[in-house]
Ligand binder design. Structure first.
Ligand SMILES: Cc1ncc(COP(=O)(O)O)c(C=O)c1O
Length: 439
């Protein structure tokens, strides 16, 4: 027991559960307000543990339940009491279903005996294998860049690149909807960090002008190719001329765009045909490519510098070579089988049209997840619980992930979702959207 009185209102309880996952809030505000002894380093962890147990016991904290089946559009999850439940999955970023693809599995089996399970060391030590080298070469060639560099995760690729390249004299300009890895890297770099309103070219230009008026140091602009929460893509065609005008550099994080956008699934840069105009492209293997690991492609001299000055390369083991081989196969499948992407887009269109037919105001969806905006914060907990009871696994997005009044469900689509699954989900949403007077 934490000894704290938890809110009795379920929406407040749920909201508190999410807020507790923000370290700045928990240590900076919650602990001082509740008199947690700041001189005992572990005191706060006891409080945190107690609160979490109570939240879990309330049955209102759906995050992090183990999936005990193969990944895919339908999964089995295990509840705290051991009960197993079949769910239609709308929370996985394995958009193309490549994590469970038999050819990817065969590729991994092919090399596991010769390469083992782990890399054994960091890339600059002895964790770099022939498999890593050929994946880097493939990424560079296929993404139309001079060189490629692998990182243990996508988070590392983006955050460490920014932190290694920029210093206190520099300025990093980022979108207001940026993923945590971009914010983290920009802060760690020691550079001055400026944000501009999401996808707003005018605001970007204002920040570029302000930064270039300062004179000293360099300017790096970092944006994402696709914003999976906002449901839109970066207007790179508008951003590129601005970045050039002010002599800045542009890095694009293609995490949610790979496999979803571009003729071969390379992302937003390919979608806009800007391969020669963007300075650095970063990405992850953890979404459409169904594995784990991250990369950056770009100029060879820049990447060689990053290889030795990215802390997440030098001080962390490389990701397993067997996975690098699996990722290489997944890239081949993604590029060769345009049908996978077509099916994903058919599903995105079918599902978003379905919501529009129900009467939901849904702008064009440009990414792999359909944002269903509920707006009423107070109903989210019950809404999410009823979706769960109906066998639909969809994570509610509430404050502080989005501003108050902007609560939503981010429904991540998969190429493998069947029309029956989507129709069923639409019928459940119709019932609940009406019940909670959103329609
Ligand atoms: C925009 C963006 N960049 C980077 C990452 C991190 O990728 P990884 O899972 O490989 O660490 C994510 C993951 O959520 C992301 O959404």
């Amino acid at each position: 027991m934490s000894g704290f009185e938890l809110p009795t209102d379920r929406a407040d309880l749920f909201s508190l559960g999410l807020k507790l996952l923000d370290k700045d809030y928990f240590i900076g505000q919650f602990c001082p307000e509740h008199g947690v002894d700041p001189t005992d380093l572990f005191a706060k962890t006891e409080v945190f543990g107690g609160l979490m147990s109570e939240l879990r016991a309330s049955g209102r904290f759906l995050f992090g339940m183990p999936v005990v089946s193969k990944p895919g559009p339908k999964v089995i999850i295990e509840e705290p009491d051991g009960n197993q439940r079949e769910m239609i999955m709308f929370a996985s970023n394995d958009y193309l279903g490549l994590s469970a693809h038999p050819e990817v599995h065969a590729a991994i089996r092919e090399v596991v005996e010769n390469y083992g399970v782990g890399a054994g060391s960091s890339r600059v030590n002895v964790g770099y294998s022939g498999i890593h080298r050929s994946l880097e070469a493939k990424l560079a060639k296929h993404w139309g860049q001079e060189a490629g560099l692998l990182y243990p995760t996508g988070y590392d690729a983006i955050s460490s690149t920014i932190a290694a390249l920029c210093g206190p004299n520099d300025r990093v300009i980022i979108d207001a909807s940026s993923h945590s890895c971009i914010i983290d890297g920009a802060r760690r770099s020691g550079a001055t960090v400026r944000m501009f309103r999401h996808n707003d070219a005018k605001r970007l230009e204002a920040q570029l002008k302000r930064a270039s008026d300062k004179g000293e140091g360099a300017i790096l602009v970092v944006v994402e190719g696709a914003y999976s929460m906002d449901g839109d893509i970066a207007p790179l065609d508008a951003f590129v001329p601005l970045v050039k005008k002010y002599g800045a550099r542009l890095m694009v994080d293609e995490a949610h765009a790979i496999g979803v956008l571009g003729a071969r699934g390379h992302g937003a840069v390919e979608h806009f045909g800007l391969e020669d105009e963007v300075d650095l492209i970063g990405g992850t293997f953890s979404k459409s490519l169904g594995a784990t690991g991250g990369f950056v492609v770009g100029n060879a001299a820049v990447l060689s510098y990053l290889n030795y000055l990215s802390t997440r390369i030098v001080f962390s083991a490389a990701f397993p070579p067997i996975l690098a081989h699996g990722v290489s196969k997944a890239i081949d499948l993604m590029e060769a089988d345009g049908g996978l992407r077509e099916r994903l887009w058919e599903n995105i269109r079918y599902f978003s049209d379905g919501f529009r037919k129900l009467g939901l105001d849904l702008p064009e969806v440009e990414v792999g997840a359909v944002p269903v905006r509920v707006h009423k914060d107070g109903v989210m907990v019950d809404f999410a619980a009823e979706l769960y009871e109906a066998g639909i696994y969809a994570i509610p997005i509430v404050y502080p992930s989005v501003p108050h009044g902007r609560s939503m469900f981010r429904l991540a689509m998969q190429a493998g979702h069947t029309t029956e699954q989507l129709d069923y989900a639409l019928s459940v949403f119709e019932r609940l959207l009406k019940k909670y007077e959103i329609l």
